[in-house]
Design a protein around this ligand. Structure first.
Ligand SMILES: NC(=O)c1ccc[n+]([C@@H]2O[C@H](COP(=O)([O-])OP(=O)(O)OC[C@H]3O[C@@H](n4cnc5c(N)ncnc54)[C@H](OP(=O)(O)O)[C@@H]3O)[C@@H](O)[C@H]2O)c1
Length: 318
């Protein structure tokens, strides 16, 4: 495993996403995946207070509770950096359908939701607390101040944002610095090697864009994290279709370059994607999704794959 700095803390270069843990992925398998991740040096896990509320019979607490249970039974709290996210749960009081009725990031919600996550995770401090979604209805000043207050109180060691546009991220960080509170140190966006078609709408999800990387290149305190890096397995599993947003004329050249580098290195396409993300000018921290130990091992092996400058150039240019 390799490690890197996020805020004041060292974390593993890959973060293990736990979205389906405790629901689609049963408890025994989830524990086996977390055990294997830890055994191989993984120290950074990602959850949210809403995984997986959209499934029948689920309320959204399942993933946090599973992570909290694993940390307690395995005694791994000290070694593990836990990231969670708030703001995307449906608010029954708002009416309408999700995502229009999501809780959002008002000051009251941020304070309440963070404490509820602490209880489910069985911890006194969240290592990284994100706003899960942008909330244009709440002034940036209010949200940033609420997250900053959680850092001041010690509820969160560091804060971040997910699915916020680059323009609003830049404004949020400037606002935090102006207020003298902790700025977002992490931004988690949809991102992979394939590029979505220009102008693609992911609904509430926001993809990393060139503006984000241009900004992040000058912000050494900011970590860019990528969710959905393996496009749900579509790079390597012929049974999985590429998501519609990536089916456009530019994709063929990129898949060809990926295949070429995979053949040269003896790595899988998934591993080349992860190595490409981690080894860029702005080093991206992938949040991986896996449902078996074999998938996890494949992803973890990507940490040791160093692409040559020529291979990177071909991947970049395609
Ligand atoms: N901030 C946000 O809004 C947001 C949104 C989405 C996700 N996330 C986070 O990011 C994490 C990862 O997201 P994701 O699950 O969408 O990531 P992903 O990397 O796009 O997809 C993960 C899926 O890819 C498949 N896969 C992985 N390795 C494979 C292999 N070797 N061969 C074939 N298939 C393989 C598995 O599907 P099968 O299980 O079907 O085999 C796995 O569940 C989540 O757990 C969550 O923590 C955050």
């Amino acid at each position: 495993m390799r490690y890197r700095k996020l805020g004041e803390r060292q974390v593993s270069a890959l973060c293990l996403g736990t979205l389906p843990f405790g629901t689609v992925v049963d408890e025994a398998t989830s524990y086996a995946l977390l055990d294997r991740f830890a055994e191989r040096g993984g120290t950074f896990v990602d959850t949210a207070n809403c995984y997986c509320f959209w499934l029948d019979g689920c309320c959204g607490e399942e993933s946090e509770l599973l992570v909290g249970g694993w940390l307690a039974t395995r005694g791994r709290r000290g070694e593990t950096a836990v990231a969670t996210k708030i703001g995307a749960l449906p608010d029954p009081g708002k009416g309408g359908e999700w995502p229009a009725n999501r809780e959002g990031l008002s000051a009251g919600l941020v304070a309440r939701a963070a404490r509820a996550s602490l209880r489910r995770l069985g911890t006194e401090r969240i290592d990284l607390l994100y706003g899960h979604v942008d909330d244009p209805a709440t002034p940036i000043q209010e949200t940033v101040s609420a997250f900053g207050e959680l850092v001041r109180e010690g509820v969160a060691a560091a804060v971040g944002i997910s699915n916020q546009s680059t323009e609003r991220l830049v404004r949020s960080r400037a606002e935090a610095i102006g207020q003298g509170v902790a700025p977002y140190l992490a931004v988690q966006q949809r991102h992979s090697y394939l590029r979505p078609a220009p102008g693609t709408d992911f609904d509430y999800q926001v993809a990393a864009d060139d503006a984000l990387f241009a900004y992040a290149a000058g912000q050494p305190d900011l970590t860019v994290l990528a969710y959905g890096p393996l496009l749900n397995g579509a790079y390597t599993d012929p049974a999985k279709e590429l998501p519609a947003q990536y089916r456009h004329p530019g994709t063929a050249a990129r898949l060809a370059a990926l295949g070429e580098v995979a053949r040269e290195t003896g790595a899988t396409a998934n591993q080349v994607v992860l190595a490409w993300l981690m080894g860029g000018e702005v080093s991206v921290l992938p949040v991986i999704g896996v449902s078996s130990v074999a998938q996890l091992d494949e992803a973890l092996d990507a940490v040791d794959l160093d692409l040559s400058a020529d291979q990177r150039a071909r991947l970049d240019l395609a």
